[in-house]
Write a protein of this length. Structure first.
Lengths: 115, 115
């Protein structure tokens, strides 16, 4: 696994964009970056993943820097229900580029969305 | 469709007793994962199954922990001679195959309390 570093906590006003950074400077060329979140008392929930191109789905956007040493998860219009712990994970990959299934969850970023 | 289910949702046991935790994955998912989350701690990987085999048991904390999966479906995590430090939420997840590329769907967890 590549080591990932995230700020321990962030605040965001409801309706504004939440930008959650992640540093993964040791990531190798074929390793994807995955984002999950965990809302209080629930199991983690997948959000998005990417390799080197920016990605967008119905939940969020993922911006990966050109050197792939960092990325930012963007929740474009945060709501109170987005309050959760957000995890950035780089699980590693085999020579063929297949990501390993074992997810190593660090401490993540506690995002608090306030009215 | 049905998601990942776990039973029991809560289990209180006395120190030294054995416990069994059950996970029913999403139908058709060949990969199954066990994690645990201790109070105030992050999610810790325990073991995964691809089909009925468990290639990576490195995350099991001690030889008191074991897991099996039968018929490529239901999995049971067994903790023998429980200790107070085993108190945690045990989470099960499943995915189509063993790679992070396919989203892991988490169950609601079993909260284990050892008194």
């Amino acid at each position: 696994d590549a080591k990932t570093t995230q700020p321990p906590s962030m605040d965001c006003a409801e309706g504004r964009a939440a930008n959650l950074p992640c540093n993964h400077s040791t990531i190798s060329g074929n390793e994807y970056v995955y984002w999950y979140r965990q809302i209080h008392s629930q199991g983690p929930q997948y959000i998005i993943h990417g390799l080197k191109n920016n990605e967008t789905n119905e939940m969020a956007s993922l911006i990966i820097t050109e050197d792939r040493k960092s990325s930012t998860l963007i929740l474009p219009h945060a709501t109170l229900r987005d309050t959760a712990v957000y995890y950035c994970i780089a699980p590693g990959a085999n020579a063929g580029g297949t990501s390993y299934g074992k997810l190593t969850f660090g401490q993540g970023t506690i995002l608090t969305v306030h009215p | 469709g049905a998601g990942v289910s776990q039973s029991p949702s809560n289990k209180v046991t006395e120190k030294g007793k054995d416990v069994e935790l059950r996970c029913d994955p999403i139908s058709g998912h060949t990969a199954l994962y066990w994690y645990r989350q201790s109070l105030g701690q992050g999610l810790e990987f325990l073991i995964y199954f691809q089909g009925n085999s468990a290639p990576d048991k490195s995350g099991l904390p001690s030889d008191r922990f074991s897991a099996e999966r039968t018929g490529g479906s239901v999995s049971t995590l067994t903790i023998q001679r429980t200790q107070q430090e085993d108190s945690a939420v045990y989470l099960c997840a499943s995915s189509l195959v063993w790679t992070a590329y396919y989203e892991q769907y988490f169950g609601p967890g079993t909260r284990l309390t050892v008194t």
